[in-house]
Design a protein around this ligand. Structure first.
Ligand SMILES: [Ca+2]
Length: 378
């Protein structure tokens, strides 16, 4: 930045000298006449040293979704069929210290009375549909598969549910046992997210208290599971040791399932086991101290190179990152809250992230503040 300032000052000195050398002409006249070339020079003079990628940082779309009130946002996803934005939020419920007793949801709490699943118009932000009242206790992950079915996880129910496209009632495939945490084949413990392959096979990250990834057939039969809960040791981590596997991103073309290993602050990727290969083989890790905790990830193959978006947090290390598959950070950004009318800067606690199918728009859902943001990439 210093270089930029020094160069700009030098440029102005040269400019002033040039103006003095033409006493018969006014300063403004000279500027206007030469403005295009001056601007061009100014740009080429300094900014080559600045990371060009900065110009690609996304901008928050103000006033989207205008007037839509949400509670803590657990999940956000984009409907691949029409680009609608789906939200899974907690209404009046908040996840606090007394929400759970051990792994179990604290007794005496009712279902959330609000509609917890919202379908928003990607352009206007209008609510197009809403449902999911009086069913959930602590909404967490939300995923829309290629057929438009909506998958959710509830960490109080310890269950995974699927709502067929257009339906407000879940399908017969309800996995896990309601209100009963566990670590065997029929139980989850605060499951966090779902990823669905185009053949219907799906993955579940399980979860806050189990450190495992489970792969199911489209009929809900368990095909494979791997991973172990973090031991909390400070020694070297094994590749399949998770400390809150919190979000999934399936890169189907590469036969990879990536896991946001939240508390370890890393992304662990494994073979997805498509086309008869074995699932759960470690492939690679994205690990960078700059990430902090990795809350959620999303994959995008629209740009000149494939990318993974992630949201980190909580404050003061809450950012939206874009990285490429070499692990390079392409940008790190945060919302300009003053512009949005909030009284603090940046993210509070971003919880999920989704990207539109054309790669132009990024959506984030936050716990603090309770909001969803739309970012548009330039
Ligand atoms: Ca999601």
């Amino acid at each position: 930045m210093d270089r930029v300032v020094i160069s700009a000052v030098l440029f102005l000195v040269v400019l002033a000298y040039g103006v003095r050398a033409r006493p018969s002409r006014g300063y403004e006249e000279y500027i206007w006449e030469h403005l295009p070339e001056l601007l061009d020079r100014l740009q080429r003079l300094d900014y080559a040293d600045e990371p060009i990628i900065n110009s690609l940082e996304p901008r928050v779309v103000p006033h989207w979704p205008n007037g839509v009130k949400v509670g803590q946002v657990g999940g956000v996803a984009v409907d691949p069929i029409n680009g609608d934005v789906l939200i899974f939020h907690r209404g009046e419920r908040e996840w606090g210290y007394n929400s759970f007793v051990g792994d179990e949801f604290a007794p005496g709490q009712s279902t959330i009375k609000n509609d917890t699943i919202l379908r928003l118009d990607r352009t206007t932000g209008q609510i197009l549909d809403s449902f999911g009242a009086d069913r959930f206790y602590m909404p967490h992950g939300l995923t829309v598969d290629n057929a438009g079915n909506i998958w959710v996880t509830d960490v109080a129910l310890h269950q995974v549910m699927m709502f067929p496209r257009g339906s407000h009632e879940p399908s017969d495939i309800v996995l896990g046992t309601a209100m009963t945490p566990g670590s065997d084949d029929d139980h989850f413990c605060k499951p966090t997210d779902v990823a669905v392959a185009s053949n219907g096979d799906f993955f579940v990250s399980d979860g806050y208290c189990n450190g495992r990834i489970m792969k199911f057939s489209k009929d809900g039969n368990l095909l494979k599971q791997w991973g172990k809960r973090s031991t909390g040791n400070t020694g070297p981590l094994s590749e399949d040791e998770f400390f809150v596997p919190h979000s999934l991103a399936l890169i189907e073309a590469r036969n990879i399932i990536c896991v946001a290993d939240r508390e370890h602050g890393r992304i662990q990727c494994f073979s997805a086991g498509m086309n008869g290969t074995e699932a759960g083989q470690f492939v690679r890790s994205f690990d960078n101290k700059e990430f902090g905790k990795v809350f959620a990830i999303a994959y995008d193959n629209n740009g000149p190179e494939e990318a993974i978006y992630l949201v980190s947090g909580p404050i003061p290390n809450a950012y939206l990152f874009k990285i490429n598959l070499n692990g390079q950070i392409l940008y790190r950004t945060e919302p300009p809250n003053r512009m949005l009318g909030d009284n603090f800067e940046g993210f509070g606690q971003p919880h999920d992230i989704a990207v539109s199918h054309d790669g132009r728009d990024i959506y984030t859902g936050e716990i603090v503040p309770k909001r969803i943001l739309k970012f548009r990439q330039m």
